[in-house]
Design a protein around this ligand. Structure first.
Ligand code: SAH
Length: 361
C-alpha cells in the first residue's frame, strides 16, 4: 500500500469512527467520504452503519405498502415524470374503494403500514383525504397510515392527523435555496417546503424528509446543507434514492445519480442519526438489480413494495425504467423477501414505528 493510500484509508476510518461516536461530520469530511476511491474504507463505512442498524433494529426490515393513488399533479418539478406539463402521461385517480382493496390485499400479505402517495391533486380535498384515512384506520386499526401528498396548509395537516394519519413523507429535495430553484419552477420554494416539514412535525406526524442522490446541480456543499437540515429537523424518516432521468422532462438527458453515491449517503445518515427509518428505495432497485439489498447492507432498514393496482403502475412513472411495474403485489413481495433473507435479514410484519430513545442503548 502506498503512503498516500494508507493515509486515505485511515482518514475514511477515522471519519467513520468520529461520526459514530460524535454523530457529527464536517463539510471537508463529507467531501472526502464522497470522493474517496478507497473501497476498503467505504466497506468499513457500510459495515459500521450496518452495525448501528442491527443494534437498534436487529435483523428486521420493515415493509411499507405503497399505494400510488393519483398521478394528477399541479406542480411542474423539472425532474419528475408526472409533472403538470408532461402531456404524454395518462392521468388516473383511484377511488376510495380501489384504495381499500389495495389495503385489503396488502394486509393479507403482512403489511401493517400503508403509504398513500400521489401528485399534488386538489381533487383530493382535505375532506376526501380525511375520509380516506378514517376508512383505512377503521378497517385496520392496527396499521399505520402514511401520507405523501405534498405541500398543504398547516390546517390541512392538522385535519389529516385528527383523521388518524400517523406519518407524512415530504422530501425536502435540497436544503439549498439556489439548488432548489434549479430543480423547481419559480412558484415553488425551499422555504415553503421547509415550512411544511416544520408544521408536520408540530402536528405530531412521524415526519420524513429526504432528497435524490445525484440530482442535477447537487454539490458537496448542498449535500452538507441537507445533512444540517436533517440534524436540525430530527425527522423520523429520511428518503434517499438516486435521481433517475425521465426522458420527457427538462432533465431527461441528465446523468442518473450513482449507486455508490446513494449507498455512501445512506451509511452516513445512519451513523449520524442511528434510529432513523431509512428506506432502500425503488429508485435504488431501479439503477441496480441488487440495489435495495445493497442499501440494506449500507444501513437502510425499510423497503416499500408497490401495492398499487397493476393497471395503473405504468402511469406512475416518476422516472424511466421503474421496476416492478408489471408484478402483482404478492409477486413483488415474495421476490423481495427471498432476496432480503438471502442477505441475512427478515421482513417484519409489524407497523415498524420510530423507536423510543430508550430502545437505543
Ligand atoms: N407529490 C408528493 C410525492 C412526490 S413523488 C410530494 O411532493 O412529496 C416522491 C419523490 O419521488 C419525490 O419527492 C422525489 O424526490 C422523487 N422523484 C421524483 N422524480 C424523480 C426522478 N426522476 N428520479 C428519482 N426520484 C424522483
Amino acid at each position: 500500500m502506498t503512503e498516500d493510500k494508507r493515509t486515505c484509508a485511515q482518514s475514511v476510518r477515522e471519519i467513520t469512527g468520529r461520526m459514530r461516536r460524535e454523530r457529527d461530520i464536517s463539510l471537508q469530511e463529507l467531501g472526502l467520504l464522497l470522493a474517496t476511491k478507497d473501497r476498503e474504507g467505504i466497506s468499513y463505512l457500510a459495515a459500521q452503519a450496518r452495525e448501528e442498524t442491527r443494534r437498534i433494529y436487529g435483523n428486521d426490515v420493515y415493509i411499507r405498502g405503497l399505494i400510488e393513488f393519483t398521478n394528477y399533479c399541479r406542480n411542474d418539478c423539472y425532474y419528475c415524470g408526472i409533472r403538470r406539463s408532461s402531456s404524454g402521461v395518462q392521468r388516473y385517480r383511484l377511488t376510495q374503494d380501489e384504495i381499500l382493496s389495495c389495503c385489503e390485499a396488502g394486509y393479507g400479505l403482512g403489511f401493517r403500514t400503508f403509504v398513500l402517495q400521489g401528485g399534488e391533486d386538489l381533487y383530493f380535498t382535505d375532506d376526501r383525504i380525511c375520509a380516506l384515512v378514517s376508512a383505512i384506520k377503521d378497517r385496520y386499526p392496527d396499521c399505520a397510515v402514511t401520507l405523501s401528498i405534498g405541500e398543504r396548509p398547516r390546517e390541512s395537516y392538522r385535519a389529516f392527523r385528527r383523521a388518524g394519519a400517523d406519518r407524512y413523507l415530504l422530501r425536502h429535495e435540497t436544503a439549498d435555496g439556489e439548488h432548489y430553484r434549479h430543480l423547481h419552477p419559480p412558484e415553488l420554494s425551499c422555504a415553503e417546503r421547509i415550512r411544511c416539514l416544520r408544521d408536520l412535525k408540530e402536528c405530531g406526524f412521524q415526519t420524513g424528509c429526504g432528497f435524490m442522490a445525484g440530482s442535477p446541480g447537487q454539490t458537496v456543499e448542498t449535500l452538507y446543507k441537507d445533512l444540517q437540515l436533517i440534524r436540525e429537523l430530527s425527522p423520523e424518516m429520511v428518503g434517499i434514492g438516486p435521481f433517475i432521468p425521465q426522458k420527457d422532462t427538462p432533465f431527461g438527458k441528465e446523468p442518473a445519480g450513482t449507486l455508490d453515491l446513494t449507498l455512501r449517503l445512506l451509511s452516513i445518515i445512519r451513523l449520524l442519526h442511528p434510529r432513523v427509518l431509512l428506506p432502500a428505495t425503488t429508485a435504488l432497485g431501479t439503477i441496480h438489480p441488487g440495489g435495495r439489498e445493497m442499501g440494506i447492507l449500507a444501513g437502510a432498514n425499510v423497503v416499500m413494495p408497490n401495492l398499487s393496482p397493476v393497471s395503473v403502475r405504468e402511469k406512475y412513472m416518476l422516472y424511466d425504467n421503474k421496476i416492478c411495474t408489471g408484478d402483482e403485489a404478492a409477486e413483488c413481495l415474495s421476490g423481495l423477501r427471498e432476496r432480503i433473507e438471502g442477505i441475512g435479514y427478515r421482513i417484519a410484519a409489524v407497523r415498524g414505528d420510530y423507536p423510543a430513545e430508550a430502545d437505543e442503548s
